[in-house]
Design a protein around this ligand. Structure first.
Ligand code: SF4
Ligand code: SF4
Length: 289
C-alpha cells in the first residue's frame, strides 16, 4: 500500500510541465494514477493504482510529492487525515491515570495532531475527510478500549483536558503584563504560591512578558497549565530553553502530578523521558506525511 502526500504549498502546476504525470510509469501505460481533474490545477494521485516507484518524487521540480510505502494492515487504522493526498495519523496512545505517558519522535510526525485529538480540540475522522467528523463515531470506534471512556468523558465535559503549547515564544504576542500578573489572572484554584515555588519563579515575577527569555516563557507556560483545574494535562515539549536542573525540577512536578491526574508529555530529551515516563510511544514515519 502506498500513500501519496502532495505538499500544496510547493505544487505549482502552472509553473511546471506536469512532470509527475508525464513520467509516471502506470500513466504511460494507460492507468490513471495521476490525474488533473481541473486543467492546470493541482493533481490527484490515485493511491491504489500507485506502484511506489518514486519517479514522480524525483521528477517534480518543486519537490512537492512524497510517496510512502505502508504495511497493508496499517491502512485500516487511520486515525486522522486532513484531506486528499495529505498527512495521515495512524493510531493513538492510551493514557492512564497514575502514569506519565510520553510520545517520542521527530517534528512533523503528528505529535501535535495527537495532542489536539486527546485534548478534544480536534475530532478524528478516521480517514473520512470528506465527511464531518463525529464524536459518536470516535466513542464507538474506541468502545472496546480505555480510550472509549476517555473520549466520552472529554466530549461530555465530565473530564477536562488542558494543553501546554509547544510554541512558547509566541506567548508575548497574545498576553500582556508581568509574569506575576499573568499567573494571578490564570489562577482559579489559588495555587499561585505553590506553583511559583515549585518552579522557582520568585525572581522573575516582576519581569514583563515581552522582555522574558525563552526559559522564563517556558516556565510561564508550564505554570499556567499547572494552575488550571483539569483532569488531563498534556505537555507539548516542556524542556526546550530549560537547563538541566530546571528540566529535572519540571520532571519531578510532572511525576507528582500524575499521581492524581492523567498526564502526557511530548518530549525530545531522551534522558529526561526515560527518567520521567512510565510508558513511551514512538512516533515514526515521514515528516509532514
Ligand atoms: S506535483 Fe510537481 S510536477 Fe506535479 S503538478 Fe505539482 S509541481 Fe508540477
Ligand atoms: S510513485 Fe510512481 S507510480 Fe506512484 S504516482 Fe509516482 S510515478 Fe506514479
Amino acid at each position: 500500500m502506498q500513500i501519496a502526500v502532495l505538499d500544496r504549498e510547493r505544487c505549482h502546476p502552472k509553473r511546471c510541465h506536469h512532470e509527475c504525470q508525464y513520467y509516471c510509469p502506470p500513466v504511460r501505460s494507460g492507468t490513471p494514477t495521476i490525474e488533473f481533474p481541473v486543467p492546470d490545477e493541482q493533481p490527484v494521485i490515485n493511491e491504489p493504482l500507485c506502484i511506489g516507484c518514486g519517479i514522480c518524487v524525483h521528477r517534480c521540480p518543486f519537490g512537492a510529492i512524497k510517496i510512502i510505502g505502508l504495511p497493508d494492515e496499517l491502512n485500516s487504522e487511520i486515525t486522522h487525515q486532513y484531506g486528499l493526498n495529505s498527512f495521515r495519523l495512524y493510531s493513538l496512545p492510551i493514557l492512564e491515570q497514575g502514569k506519565v505517558t510520553a510520545i517520542l519522535g521527530q517534528n512533523g510526525m503528528g505529535k501535535t495532531t495527537t495532542l489536539k485529538i486527546l485534548s478534544g480540540l480536534l475530532v478524528p475522522n478516521f480517514g473520512k475527510y470528506e465527511e464531518e467528523a463525529s464524536k459518536d463515531n470516535v466513542i464507538r470506534y474506541f468502545a472496546t478500549s480505555l480510550m472509549g471512556t476517555y473520549f466520552q468523558d472529554i466530549y461530555e465535559g465530565k473530564r477536562k483536558a488542558v494543553l501546554k503549547d509547544q510554541n512558547v515564544d509566541l506567548i508575548p504576542r497574545v498576553v500582556n503584563g508581568t509574569l506575576g500578573e499573568i499567573l494571578r489572572r490564570n489562577d482559579p484554584q489559588n495555587r499561585f504560591d505553590d506553583v511559583v515555588s515549585q518552579l522557582e519563579m520568585q525572581g522573575s515575577l516582576d519581569r514583563d512578558v515581552k522582555a522574558c527569555s525563552g526559559g522564563e516563557l517556558q516556565k510561564l507556560a508550564i505554570a499556567t497549565t499547572l494552575l488550571k483545574d483539569a483532569d488531563i494535562y498534556l505537555f507539548d515539549e516542556m524542556s526546550s530553553y530549560l537547563d538541566v536542573a530546571e528540566r529535572i525540577r519540571v520532571a519531578k512536578i510532572i511525576q507528582e502530578l500524575s499521581r492524581t491526574k492523567t498526564v502526557m508529555v511530548v518530549e525530545h530529551d531522551l534522558a529526561l523521558m526515560d527518567w520521567m515516563a512510565d510508558s513511551v510511544h514512538l512516533v515514526y514515519g515521514q515528516s509532514g506525511a
